[in-house]
Design a binder for this molecule. Structure first.
Ligand SMILES: [Fe+2]
Length: 235
């Protein structure tokens, strides 16, 4: 686990354990990121939950899923260092503006690496815009040199971006977004990560019909279902 538990000395604020406090701080920071970027309200939370479901489908262990979920919630924390005028521009960005936005994975890594137990989370955040074919940024890593969690987050991030409206474009449908993920499988995205997202798409339309407050309940129910070892093909 990221945060070793046990022992009264590790009990922290309000009687909760360190892990609980870190989880709440992560959620709070994700809310701060989403509040700063008016174009993408709720994006960090949705990517966090979508990535967690993917990790569960891949049967990652509890520590890997915890790391994945924290990194997914914080993947865009570096946007804190990007000027509001660029982040909230109600139009497509110029090439120069896009180059500024492209700094956010490294800024995020610089922020998170200051936390001793977040070294791997920082690395995952740094590489969430790498592409499977090695043409991404900031380090042009290729294939499995890209951390697995970064490859999973890349898929969840793109799906949520495509299916969310922006001030300068409409949202695409879940079906269209899924087709785009498949089209870019092997080039932008790890084919295994795309495959792990398929069950998410199958259930996602149902989730989107829930009121926002019920989304977490729906996703938690999904994880309970998966943890029972069942498969969607079981019916
Ligand atoms: Fe990003």
């Amino acid at each position: 686990m990221l945060f070793a538990s046990g022992g009264e000395k590790e009990k922290a604020f309000c009687g909760f354990g360190v892990e609980c406090v870190v989880r709440e701080l992560t959620e709070a920071l994700a809310s701060a990121i989403d509040a700063k970027d008016g174009n993408t309200y709720g994006h960090s939370h949705r990517v966090g939950e979508l990535a967690m479901v993917m990790g569960t489908h891949l049967r990652l262990d509890a520590a890997q899923i915890e790391e994945l979920q924290i990194a997914a919630h914080l993947h865009d924390v570096g946007k804190i260092g990007i000027p509001d005028a660029i982040l909230n521009k109600p139009a497509r960005l110029t090439a120069e503006e896009f180059a500024v936005v492209q700094r956010h994975p490294v800024i995020g890594w610089q922020i998170l690496r200051r936390i001793s137990s977040f070294q791997q989370v920082a690395r995952i955040v740094r590489h969430h815009h790498e592409r499977f074919d090695g043409t991404g940024y900031p380090d042009r890593l290729c294939g499995t040199d890209i951390p697995l969690a970064s490859r999973l987050i890349a898929v969840a991030d793109s799906y949520d971006a495509m299916t969310s409206a922006r001030s300068y474009r409409k949202a695409v449908s879940a079906k269209e977004a899924w087709q785009e993920l498949c089209r870019c499988s092997g080039s932008q995205f790890d084919p295994e990560a795309v495959k792990a997202f398929r069950p998410v798409v199958q259930r996602e339309r149902e989730w989107r019909s829930y009121p926002a407050d019920h989304l977490f309940f729906a996703i938690n129910s999904e994880n309970d279902y998966l943890n029972q070892g069942k498969r969607y093909s079981d019916g």
